[in-house]
Every structure is written in structure tokens, then in C-alpha cells.
Design a protein around this ligand. Structure first.
Ligand code: 5GP
Length: 193
């Protein structure tokens, strides 16, 4: 059995993390993506328990009070957090566990779980990021402006990450990401031989 690892993926909204992770989950055996809890409302097509666990403010407060979140942060206008229980269980089962979370959350994970691998997914440019956010047609003008303003701060924090991949071509970026992940899972397997 492989040894489980924890990979944290961050990057501005629109950098393409969701697409990359979707492809990675299909390609990489034993990969598991954590489903976050959030107080934001579902977007069209999002399914409770699949995209996110959509919870009330009171429920989120309860999860924080009961220490059920590995990390949590206010991102844009809402709170988001990673339920601890399933993450720990999947790592113990030997899975490659992925969190798609913001930079504040990633730094909390690093301090609580120093073995985590922090990966930053960067857009090729701010212009391209804006084009992608507008192209996805899911966010209001106000939300797009907020996401672009936050992106600059997020990109400044990329030095805190172990690795940064620029997503200018999804296939190339996916190949780099898979190679990076396999380096750790395979290394652990060799250690066991
Ligand atoms: P969105 O509202 O576009 O789905 O996500 C907004 C931001 O929240 C993204 O940057 C995403 O990475 C971040 N996010 C999603 N889940 C979590 C989480 O559990 N914890 C933290 N800290 N950030 C999260």
C-alpha cells in the first residue's frame, strides 16, 4: 500500500484549479479531493455534498467550536473550511489527499501538518485571469472585481509554497502536477522495499 500524502492546491479564482483537479482525480489512482464546508450559497449546478457542504453561519460556528475543521478562513465574502475527519482517514488509508483552498488556509495547514505539500497554481497573467473569470459567466461584476483584487494579494504569497505551476496550458500543467505528486508517492513506495 502507498503512504498517504496531503497536497494543498491554491491559486486565484480563475487560475484553473478546479479543471486541473477534476482531470487529476481521473488520472491518478488513489487521489481523493476533500469537500469543504462553506457559508456561501450554491451556484447554479453545484450539488450539496459534492461541490461543497453548504452550511448556515450557525452550523459553521458549531464546526469551528467543535474543532472539526482542519483549517478555515474568510475568503471573499464567505467562510470556507476543511472537515478534518475524512482528510485524516484518507491519509491513513494511503490515499493522495487534495485540498483546494485559499492561501490563508494553506498556511494554517502548513503549521498544523508540516508534511503537507503546498502547490500554487498561477494564471499566466492578470489579463488572462480576468478573461477567464468573465468567460465562465458564473460571477457578478462585483464578485469578479473582488476576485481580481484578491488575486494580486494571493499571487504575492506564492513564495510561501513548495512549488508553483503556471497554468497556461491545462495538459502541460496537469502533467507537471502529476509528476510532482508521483515523486512523493513513489518515493515512499521505494523506501518500503
Ligand atoms: P469559490 O467560492 O469560487 O468556490 O471559492 C472561493 C475560494 O475559496 C477559492 O480560492 C477556494 O480555493 C477557497 N476555498 C474553498 N474551500 C476552502 C476551504 O475549505 N478552506 C479555505 N481556506 N479556502 C477554501
Amino acid at each position: 500500500m502507498r503512504t498517504g500524502n496531503l497536497f494543498v492546491l491554491s491559486g486565484p479564482s480563475g487560475a484553473g484549479k478546479g479543471t486541473l483537479i477534476g482531470l487529476l482525480l481521473k488520472r491518478l489512482e488513489g487521489a481523493w479531493l476533500s469537500v469543504s464546508a462553506t457559508t456561501r450559497a450554491p451556484r447554479e449546478g453545484e450539488v450539496d455534498g459534492v461541490s461543497y457542504l453548504f452550511v448556515s453561519d450557525d452550523r459553521f460556528d458549531e464546526m469551528v467550536a467543535q474543532d472539526r475543521l482542519l483549517e478555515w478562513a474568510q475568503v471573499h465574502d464567505h467562510r470556507y473550511g476543511t472537515p478534518r475527519d475524512l482528510v485524516e482517514r484518507h491519509i491513513a488509508a494511503g490515499d493522495q489527499v487534495f485540498l483546494e483552498i485559499d492561501v490563508q488556509g494553506a498556511l494554517q495547514v502548513r503549521s498544523k501538518f508540516p508534511a503537507a505539500h503546498l502547490v500554487f497554481i498561477a494564471p499566466p497573467s492578470m489579463e488572462e485571469l480576468e478573461r477567464r473569470l468573465r468567460g465562465r459567466g458564473t460571477d457578478s461584476e462585483e464578485s469578479i472585481r473582488l476576485r481580481l483584487a484578491n488575486a494580486e494579494g494571493e499571487i504575492r504569497l506564492k513564495e510561501e509554497y513548495d512549488e508553483c505551476f503556471v497554468n497556461d496550458d491545462v495538459d502541460a500543467c496537469l502533467a507537471s502536477l502529476i509528476a510532482y505528486v508521483e515523486r512523493f508517492s513513489e518515493k515512499k513506495e521505494e523506501d518500503r522495499l
